[in-house]
Design a protein around this ligand. Sequence first.
Ligand code: AMP
Length: 124
Amino acid sequence: MAYDDGNIFAKILRGEIPCRKVYEDEHALAFHDINPQAPVHVLVIPKGPYVSMADFTENAPDDLVLGFFRAVGTVARELELVEPGYRILANHGVHSHQEVPHLHIHIFGGKQLGPMLVKDRAKG
Ligand code: AMP
């Protein structure tokens, strides 16, 4: 899938639409999800045109991959989620219901999050 420069996170990166920023460095930007699914719900995105985890890990330069994943850890620490814990999640493609075609890692926290997936959906 080709990268679409018009996606909403590309616009946020270009400063064309606002976000509630929590962290930024040369590799990554983190901001609050507009429709939070937990008391803390932050998205971390790489500064580069990558659709998904598959695209990013195949095509991004090493320093960006390293810097992006370090940023995810830094954001969780700065949000004081390391204790008592948090969840990270990245949706890829149709089966995962990825809505925005720019790689983003969700960070959820701030409450007991329960099981990872709804159990009765496991069999499809
Ligand atoms: P996904 O289903 O993994 O692609 O998740 C996309 C996420 O982006 C959803 O949780 C949306 O609530 C969130 N989202 C969409 N537009 C914005 C926006 N302008 N600012 C912050 N979060 C957004």
